[in-house]
Design a protein around this ligand. Structure first.
Ligand SMILES: Cn1cncc1C[C@H](NC(=O)CCN)C(=O)O
Ligand SMILES: [Zn+2]
Ligand SMILES: [Zn+2]
Length: 482
């Protein structure tokens, strides 16, 4: 059915957002100018992060929100140093018991970015080219956080009553693993979060460049380190080559035993506990707006492992995958050094899906590596550890907020959303759902080609501005449903 044009208040709200879009872009520019990198643990960048959180707190206070900057202590580094963790913002605007309370989670830290890495423009100077707003953090996650703030500020500017009570959880350590956040969520379960009815996260992307999406699930992740050690120092391959079990040879064999060339994980039992594929689920893939050729070309990949939309999406979203990330201690620089590394650590992770069990996966991985290693009769020492275990997350799409979001998308974009999952992990979603037991929704704003974590990250002006409208329309739909 065609969408009806917005009327009354909504029309006023949309007009306001259109008229003030340059101001909204200007604020994004000011936020992108702050190099709030949480990944590199250095004091200069931590100060930038603190400044970023301060800017956001000021902006929220200007909206009339009550803002708490919660102190979260220090991050202990492996070298014994410690760095301050930026405070987590807990803010609230309105506490009318007749209205639903919607809490927005977002983060203002960003991935590292240097112009030499292959940016055409300075990553910390927001630059508009053909309607694309380039800059680190534009889509992940400063743009979406500001879109939510833009939506709230529009009601305030028009002197209109906010349709819902609003809360904010904004952190500055997401890219470093959301240090301190889980603890805060647990601590505030009976406090800040007790009045929260719904949580909205906008920290992933559509699967299309034009069709908006609603995200119904994410994969989890289990991260492994496998260390092979002969001794703590390197060897010269001229003086020791030929008489040692070399750690790299052991490690390469171990890593080479994990996955075959068709992408199938070779760890026994790993596929034993997967949610079965239903006919209903199969039908959902067909409706999704994904042009395989365009996706492949824009990703600059010659060939994917799968060539139907259904298989590709299933392997991204609902099957586990194993990726090999790197080897610590290996010689990786240019040139030809004749070294035998004495101790190396291989790093890989397995993306988890319903109904996999993290500790079962951990056991299966360890058993498999023990077996492969024992067959080599190596005199080296192997140690396997799982350093991260993040659960997959599945939405309850029958919740009111999914209905409200669908209606808001229809109003703003004139279309039904793609109902998608995401292959990566937003750990806090599962924690919100598990500890405070509230409905969680992921409502992304950015397009598939935004390049989060990559060079030339951008958000389209269109996505940013229509996204601000989407959040405003969502508030009104939520109020109607309550
Ligand atoms: C840190 N980490 C280790 N295992 C998983 C993660 C989270 C990370 N999350 C994202 O990238 C958010 C995407 N919008 C990922 O999925 O790799
Ligand atoms: Zn993010
Ligand atoms: Zn990110």
């Amino acid at each position: 059915s065609p969408s009806s044009p917005p009327t009354g208040l909504l029309e006023k709200v949309f007009q306001y957002i259109d008229l003030h879009q340059d101001e909204f872009v200007q604020t994004l520019k000011e936020w992108v100018a702050v190099e709030s990198d949480s990944v590199q643990p250095v004091l200069r960048l931590r100060r930038e992060l603190l400044r970023m959180m301060g800017l956001a707190a000021d902006r929220l206070r200007n909206l009339g929100a009550h803002v708490d900057l919660v102190d979260t202590g220090f991050q202990q580094l492996p070298d014994g140093q410690s760095l301050p963790i930026p405070p987590i913002i807990l803010a609230e605007l309105g506490n009318d018991p007749k209205k639903p309370t919607v809490c927005f989670y977002g983060h203002l830290d960003v991935q590292p970015a240097r112009q030499e890495d292959g940016w055409v423009t300075d990553p910390h100077t927001l630059t508009e080219v053909d309607g694309k707003l380039y800059g680190r953090g534009t889509t992940d996650n400063k743009g979406p956080v500001l879109a939510w703030i833009n939506a709230v500020s529009t009601f305030r500017a028009l002197d209109e009553d906010l349709p819902v009570n609003i809360k904010f959880v904004i952190e500055g350590m997401e890219e470093a693993g959301s240090l301190a956040l889980e603890e805060l969520v647990q601590k505030e379960k009976a406090g800040f979060f007790s009045s929260v009815d719904y949580i909205v996260i906008s920290d992933n992307l559509w699967i299309s460049r034009r069709t908006p999406a609603l995200t119904c699930g994410t994969r989890g992740n289990s991260y492994f380190m496998v260390e092979v050690k002969c001794r703590d120092q390197d060897f010269h391959s001229g003086t020791f080559g030929g008489i040692l079990n070399e750690p790299m040879a052991d490690l390469v064999a171990l890593l080479g035993s994990l996955v075959d060339s068709s992408g199938r994980i070779l760890i026994p039992g790993i596929y034993d506990h997967l949610a079965p594929v239903t006919e209903e689920e199969k039908r959902t893939y067909e409706a999704i707006d994904l042009d395989l050729e365009e996706y492949r070309n824009s990703s600059q990949v010659k060939k994917f492992l799968f060539d139907t939309k259904e298989e590709l999406l299933m392997h991204l979203w609902r099957y586990p995958s194993l990726s090999i990330h790197g080897i610590e201690g290996a010689f990786h620089e240019p040139g030809a050094k004749t070294v035998i590394p004495g101790r190396v650590i291989g790093k890989f992770s397995i993306r988890l899906v319903p109904h996999m069990n993290i500790s079962v996966v951990e056991k299966q991985v360890k058993q498999h590596l023990d077996y492969i290693f024992s067959k080599r009769n190596s005199s080296n020492q192997m140690t396997v550890s799982m350093t991260l275990g993040l659960h997959p997350w599945v939405a309850n799409i029958r919740d009111n907020q999914y209905l409200a979001a669908k209606r808001a998308i229809k109003t703003v974009f004139g279309t039904e959303p793609d109902m998608i999952r995401d292959g990566s992990t937003i750990p806090i979603a599962k924690i919100f759902q598990g500890t405070i037991r509230k409905s969680v929704m992921m409502l992304p704003l950015g397009a598939v080609d935004d390049g989060e974590h990559s060079q030339k990250e951008k958000i389209n002006r269109w996505n940013y501005i229509e996204g601000s409208k989407l959040f405003a329309a969502f508030f009104l739909e939520m109020a109607k449903l309550h």
